[in-house]
Write a protein that binds this ligand. Structure first.
Ligand SMILES: *[C@@H]1O[C@H](CO)[C@@H](O)[C@H](O)[C@H]1NC(C)=O
Ligand SMILES: *[C@@H]1O[C@H](CO)[C@@H](O)[C@H](O)[C@H]1NC(C)=O
Length: 502
């Protein structure tokens, strides 16, 4: 066998390993968002264990949270780390500012902790209509500077940039996916950004929310928000016919509107890597948000992900980050009270509803969570029966703590006015970590060891954040180990290749 032949075969062999790797990449794990806008966030090491226990091998962070990035070190989980919108102006100003961010928030974690950072998300839905034009002129220069900074740091191949965008950056005049195009006010900008990302072999990222489609329009056909064959009776909705394609669900239609927008502007949608950065369904805070609907949507979504299913216009499945892992009780409720209830797990990592994650695996809860004592705060019988007596105290409690479950159509909406006040008092008491005086309310509050939960309404006990083991910082040795593991794997692959072809 000639030398030339051997090399050629070795190259084919390596190519096939790469191909196999890419095929496996699509089915080997799940991805989700990990938001930390919580008054009592779960300790990062518990979350990382939770991710691993449930087979998540990709996670998206909204900012460079130091605890999360350290805990993710050497976890086998790939990370997308976000740059918040309020840093876009700085990132857009100079490459030096972007270099500093990359040094502090990317390079450091890769080299010191072995954190497998794969993507930097520049901004979060910066072109959302509600932001007006605030970030429109900042996002692209910020993206270019961060990309330049990554290249300068020697991370150009390893870490890719992207911009998570809301699905309102594209639209369709007649509502059919085939008429999809980018929103007219930012069309040129979108084309520049997609071209830039495609040229740097980086993905485009879009957040798609069937829940919001259903919520925004009282005439929206309910079944169309869910995936077909995902239970709930179904069959009631006429499909949306678009030429030869019949759309049975809004996710496919929305995604294909994007696919058309890409095609219309000269991109090959099969060559552009597409990530769905957020998609999910909340469980509370709205009449359309409950565990049954969330389970139906998310199980349908997971089944598609596990099957690697694409859409009618793009057979290649996108990478999908589920929104979200756990609830966040201090998120802004401007978009709606449901904002604090997107988790597939509760604030404490408890399972809200069963989900099968493939290979016979069921969603499991977080382990090792420590709670405050089993004690609740309720309205004292001394308060009497007149709402006016406690109304201002309950209002105060709800201004400080999360009362979104009391809203119309929510899990605690059916409580009578006494239990309603108790709920508010308890949320405040938990938020204050049972601190002395935090169940006083001018003598209207009293503590109890009997769980006041009733029906769908849970009176929670907060996490005791002070009683968790703090994360031990891990030193430099980790990075070396990771490097050697990679070198080792390549060496083995080449050795096997040589053995096969000699
Ligand atoms: C690193 O990220 C954090 C969190 O987003 C931010 O507060 C900090 O300013 C960043 N560092 C630099 C140098 O920009
Ligand atoms: C329950 O409490 C909330 C928040 O304090 C309040 O807005 C609502 O009117 C109350 N409902 C009843 C039935 O008391």
């Amino acid at each position: 066998m000639g030398r030339h032949d051997t090399y050629q075969k070795l190259i084919y062999f390596c190519l096939s390993i790469l191909l196999l790797h890419n095929v496996l990449k699509n089915v080997e794990g799940l991805a989700c968002n990990w938001g930390t806008m919580a008054s009592h966030p779960l300790p990062p090491n518990i979350v990382v264990k939770l991710l691993r226990d449930n087979g998540f091998n990709k996670v998206k962070l909204f900012e460079a949270d130091s605890g999360a990035l350290r805990a993710l070190g050497k976890s086998g989980i790939q990370v997308m780390v976000g740059i918040p919108n309020d840093l876009l102006a700085t990132m857009a100003s100079t490459v030096t500012a972007a270099e500093l961010w990359v040094q502090q928030n990317v390079s450091q974690y890769i080299s010191k902790y072995g954190t497998d950072i794969r993507y930097v998300a520049v901004g979060n839905e910066p072109f959302l209509k509600t932001y007006k034009d605030r970030f429109v002129h900042l996002t692209f220069p910020a993206l270019q500077n961060v990309q330049a900074a990554l290249v300068k740091a020697g991370l150009g191949r390893q870490v890719k940039v992207t911009v998570p965008l809301n699905a309102d950056v594209y639209e369709s005049g007649d509502g059919l996916p085939s008429s999809g195009d980018f929103r007219s006010d930012i069309k040129t900008l979108m084309i520049s950004i997609v071209r830039f990302l495609a040229d740097s072999v980086s993905p485009v990222t879009f957040n798609i929310y069937p829940f919001l489609s259903l919520n925004a329009d009282p005439n929206f056909p309910r079944e169309y928000a869910f995936f077909p064959g995902s239970g709930g009776g179904g069959g009631g909705t006429k499909p949306v016919v678009d030429g030869s394609i019949s759309y049975t669900n809004v996710f496919d239609a929305n995604f294909d509107t994007l696919v058309s927008a890409l095609e219309k502007n000269g991109f090959d949608p099969n060559k552009v890597e597409i990530i769905v950065g957020e998609v999910g369904w909340p469980t509370d805070g709205d009449p359309n948000a409950n565990p049954a609907m969330a389970q139906r949507f998310n199980q349908g979504l997971l089944n598609r992900i596990l099957q690697g299913q694409g859409t009618p216009r793009r057979k290649t499945a996108p990478e999908v980050y589920i929104f979200s892992l756990v609830d966040e009780d201090i998120k802004s409720i401007d978009p709606g009270k449901f904002e604090r209830h997107w988790g597939i797990l509760s604030y404490d990592g408890a399972v809200k509803y069963p989900l099968s994650l493939g290979n016979g695996r069921q969603l499991v809860p977080a382990k090792g969570v420590r709670y405050q004592a089993r004690e609740w705060c309720v309205l004292s019988p001394r308060a009497g029966g007149n709402v006016a007596t406690w109304a201002s105290s309950a209002d105060y409690a709800c201004q400080q703590a999360d009362c979104t479950s009391l809203g119309p159509g929510s899990s605690c909406a059916a409580l009578d006015s006494v239990a309603n006040a108790s709920y508010a008092f308890n949320m405040y008491f938990q938020r204050m970590d049972h601190r002395s005086g935090s169940c006083n309310f001018n003598g209207l509050g009293t503590t109890t060891k009997i769980d006041p939960s009733r029906g769908s309404c849970r009176f929670p006990i907060q996490i005791d954040t002070s009683r968790h083991e703090t994360l031990r910082p891990r030193g430099n040795s980790g990075a070396t180990e990771v490097k050697w593991r990679t070198v080792g794997a390549v060496a083995v692959a080449v050795a096997v290749g040589c053995a096969v072809f000699n």
